[in-house]
Design a protein around this ligand. Sequence first.
Ligand code: 5GP
Length: 194
Amino acid sequence: MNCLEERILKDGVVKEGNVLKVDSFLNHQMDIKLFDEMGAEFARRFEGKNINKILTIEASGIGIASVAALHFGGCPVVFAKKAKSINLDGEMYTAEVESFTHKNINHVIVSKKFLSSDDHVLIIDDFLANGCALQGLIQIAAQAGASVEGIGIAIEKGFQQGGRIIRNLGYQLESLAIVDGMDAEKGTIELRQQ
Ligand code: 5GP
């Protein structure tokens, strides 16, 4: 069992609606030593890939991606911003992302200055549920002509459809922990053996 899996079992809290709360170490208070170990594991799993940039989405992906970047030669991290209105001046790549936690639709944007066809990106995010956030980031990379070398996720909820959709698209998707089931009443979390 890796450090993230141990920590999920120790400090993860199961909420109604298939939501796993990990805000004591992952996406509110952040355990940077844990992030460092996660970054090292991503580097191991994507060894040999030609990665020059990490692409993530605000807010929760940023911390994980930033520490991981130190394991990829200190490459730049670009995060897709959630925009209130879309600026149609042609300077931005845009995608629509339905939020799993808030159930609303966000337009996410990345400036054309920071992503191009020269880029070989690793996409990183904290959670994979239905795959909407990842599909938005994949669309943005496609608009830029950048190649997606791989996708690194901290926690995949294996009982939701995102992992299957993204793997069926042919991407190397690496999730450091996969939750196969959880029960809000009993507070139990079932992890897939990897
Ligand atoms: P998806 O787009 O794959 O449906 O959901 C991924 C996004 O929703 C992630 O960026 C994450 O912020 C949020 N998310 C999805 N499931 C959970 C969850 O169980 N717990 C938390 N804290 N965030 C989640």
